[in-house]
Write a protein that binds this ligand. Structure first.
Ligand code: B4P
Length: 194
């Protein structure tokens, strides 16, 4: 069982690459973004609380997100967990370390997807346009204003995790600017054969 973190700014391709790993290696994707979007539509008190925060592009509280992840770690099976969009703060990283240790699990790779801001803006705006063209609605946070906040949140609160995991000897960086297949090949090279 191999457990990995995919780390990178909004639109870096964490969700896209996680989905490939699910298909190719029978891993379990734990996307806090997906969990929170689900909570948003559930009509619960927690859902209402997170909706406004997410739509503005800010980070949901550590307490809520750690609680969501903790619930999912029981009954681990298959090829391992992909932590997609989690942790996003240093307290979340500490909590993940403790949760894994308490369940006898290891963290095998932290893979940073390196991109630049212009590409991120193009991808997010592109995703919103595609959703509308397909007759749906764009994600409430996929607009220029929220993206600015999401990027600031990333640089202030999430990017320190690069140093945190580097110091632990767990960090690998891949070029996230290439085609989806090329990024996937680089991730496979880090993880070794399935
Ligand atoms: P997330 O759902 O994690 O979304 P993301 O960071 O915006 O996207 P990701 O990197 O997964 O990009 P994707 O593959 O989809 O977070 C949303 C919000 O939830 C946060 O702002 C926050 O409010 C909240 N949240 C989530 N986790 C939290 C936590 N731990 N703590 C607190 N709050 C939390 O790719 C984007 C687009 O690019 C797609 O259209 C894709 O097709 C395209 N693309 C991907 N790779 C490409 C490539 N190589 N080339 C060209 N296009 C590519």
């Amino acid at each position: 069982m191999t457990n990995i973190i995919l780390l990178g700014p909004p639109g870096a391709g964490k969700g896209t690459q996680a989905q490939r790993l699910v298909d190719e290696r029978d891993m379990i994707q734990l996307s806090t973004g997906d969990m929170l979007r689900e909570a948003k539509t559930s009509g619960t008190e927690m859902g209402k609380k997170v909706a406004a925060i997410m739509d503005a592009g800010e980070l949901v509280t550590d307490e809520i997100v750690i609680g969501l992840i903790s619930e999912k770690l029981d009954g681990a099976q298959g090829g391992g967990f992909i932590f997609d969009g989690f942790p996003r703060t240093l307290p979340q990283a500490d909590a993940l370390g403790q949760l894994l240790a308490s369940k006898g699990l290891t963290l095998d790779y932290v893979i940073e997807l390196k991109v630049n801001d212009e590409v991120l803006v193009d991808r997010i705006v592109g995703r919103a346009a595609e959703a509308v063209a397909a007759g749906g609605t764009a994600r409430a946070d996929d607009n220029a204003e929220s993206l600015k906040v999401r990027l600031m949140e990333y640089y202030k609160k999430t990017s320190p995790l690069i140093g945190y995991y580097y110091a632990k000897g767990a960090l690998s960086s891949v070029d996230g600017l290439g085609a989806i297949e090329d990024v996937a090949a680089d991730i496979s090279a880090v993880m070794g054969k399935a």
